[in-house]
Design a binder for this molecule. Structure first.
Ligand code: PMT
Length: 223
C-alpha cells in the first residue's frame, strides 16, 4: 500500500476463527487461519495506520507495530471489538470467520459417549460486523463474504443488509484459495462499483485492498 495512505487513521481488524465450546475439551470452529486478516493488519500498518487486531485463536506472528486483543468465542469477539472501537476507530475490517451458532450450553464436565445418537442444540451468535456498522457514528466498515455460489449477489445483499461501505467477496469454492491458503482471489464491491483482485498472495491482495479502502474511506469522509 502507499506509504502514509492511512497516516493517523485507527484501523480495527477482526481475524481468525472463533471457538464455541461444547464441553471442557471440545469445540465448534472452522478452517480460518487468520492469514488474510493478519496480512491486512500488516498492510494497514505499512500505510501508516494505528492497527488493532481482534483475533481468534491462530498460529501467526503479529506484524510489527500491530496490537492484538486475543478472543476465543463469537461473544468475546463482539465484546472486545466494541471495546476497541469505542476507544476510537476510523476503519473497521471484518475478516474473521465467526461461528454463526454456538452450543446452547457448555457442559461443565466432558460429555460421555453412549450407544445412542446425540443431538447438540445450537443458538445464534451475535454479529460483530453488523453491530459495529449499526453504531451511531460508525467507522468506515468493510465486510468479507465467504461464499460458494452466487458470490456477487450474496455480497451485494450482505453489504446492504449489514449497512457496509464495502464488501470483499471471497469465492471459497476454488481449491487452493481462501481458507487457510497463502493465496486468495477476491472481488471488492462498494455501492457504485467493483474490482477483482488476484489470484495472488494474501499479502499482495491485502496491499491492494488497503489502497482501495484508503481511497474510498477518504471520499466518505468518516473521521
Ligand atoms: O483466515 P484465512 O485462512 O486467511 O481465510 C480468510 C477467510 C476466507 C476466512 C476470509 O477471507 C473471509 O472470507 N472471511 C469471512 C468469512 C465468513 O464466514 O464470512 P460470513 O459470510 O459468515 O460473514 C460476513 C461478514 O460478517 C464477515 O465480514 C464476518 O467477519 C462478519 N461476521 C459474521 C458473523 C458474525 N457473527 N460476526 C461477524 O462479524
Amino acid at each position: 500500500a502507499t506509504v502514509g495512505a492511512l497516516a493517523g487513521k485507527r484501523v480495527v481488524i477482526t481475524a481468525g476463527p472463533t471457538r464455541e465450546p461444547i464441553d471442557p475439551v471440545r469445540y465448534i470452529s472452522n478452517h480460518s487461519s487468520g492469514k488474510m486478516g493478519y496480512a491486512l493488519a500488516r498492510a494497514a500498518a505499512d500505510a501508516g495506520a494505528q492497527v488493532v487486531l481482534v483475533s481468534g485463536p491462530v498460529n501467526l506472528p503479529v506484524p510489527d507495530g500491530v496490537a492484538v486483543r486475543p478472543v476465543m468465542t463469537a461473544q468475546d469477539m463482539l465484546q472486545e471489538a466494541e471495546r476497541v472501537v469505542a476507544e476510537g476507530c476510523d476503519i473497521f475490517i471484518a475478516t474473521a470467520a465467526v461461528a454463526d451458532y454456538r452450543p446452547a450450553a457448555c457442559a461443565g464436565d466432558k460429555i460421555k459417549k453412549t450407544d445412542e445418537a446425540m443431538t447438540l442444540s445450537l443458538v445464534r451468535n451475535p454479529d460483530t460486523l453488523a453491530t459495529i456498522a449499526a453504531r451511531k457514528n460508525p467507522p468506515f466498515t468493510v465486510g468479507f463474504a465467504a461464499e460458494t455460489t452466487d458470490v456477487a449477489r450474496y455480497a451485494h445483499d450482505k453489504m446492504q443488509r449489514k449497512k457496509l461501505n464495502m464488501i470483499v467477496a471471497n469465492d471459497v469454492s476454488v481449491p487452493g484459495l481462501g481458507f487457510n491458503s497463502d493465496q486468495n482471489a477476491v472481488t471488492v464491491f462498494w455501492p457504485s462499483g467493483e474490482q477483482a483482485i488476484g489470484p495472488d498472495s494474501k499479502q499482495a491482495i491485502a496491499d491492494t485492498l488497503v489502497a482501495l479502502i484508503a481511497e474510498h474511506s477518504n471520499k466518505v469522509g468518516n473521521s
